[in-house]
Design a protein around this ligand. Sequence first.
Ligand code: FMN
Length: 205
Amino acid sequence: MKVIGIVGSPREHSNSAYFVEVALKKLQEHGIETELISLRGKRIHPCTGCYGCVTAKECTLEKDDFDEVFNKMLKADGIIVGSPVYNSSTPADLKALLDRAGFLSRWINNEMKDKAESYDWKGTAFSGKVAAPITVARRAGQNFAFAELLLWFTVNDFIVIGSHYWNVGVAGKGGAVDADKDLEGIGIMEHMADNMAHVIKQLKK
Ligand SMILES: Cc1cc2nc3c(=O)[nH]c(=O)nc-3n(C[C@H](O)[C@H](O)[C@H](O)COP(=O)(O)O)c2cc1C
């Protein structure tokens, strides 16, 4: 059983990483292996909409750090995506990863059909995996970024894990890295991790 936490903040020390680490630590307490994957310093080009993955069953863009992260996503039982809120949305690098991973994941097991033909979906590469979003903002825009991640999980056939509140953390102004002061946020992430561990264990029975 393994859960990866993808951190979409480009900063070396970040609130997103803090909250993802809180969740991963809790998962470890449940006996689940974890790995934090920071996108900081990674080069992930945006999807060009070439549709190359439909037939190649891999991303045909010029090689960058996408394959490394995508392969870890494929091997994980659970994926947590921690994202800063940038203008009510996710940062560009994280969006690039999600666009490419989501589209490729559909075509690994499926063939593109003509309009008139119905799909016989054989699942995405993420089918049956559990997932949870975490967003961090100073003040506003959480809902949009959080919904963006939820929509990505649900269109890609993940089982989404909730908590007793949305998994959102708050940060101070001026780029403060002070997630450790958000005790309510920490509790929300820990409870989400408890739920995730429970569901993974049930699915693995
Ligand atoms: C480019 C940029 C855009 C931001 N947009 C928002 C925003 O829309 N709403 C908000 O509350 N905070 C916004 N912030 C503040 C960040 O969400 C906040 O500093 C958060 O802690 C960053 O996450 P990180 O610590 O994981 O990097 C923005 C920060 C940057 C650098």
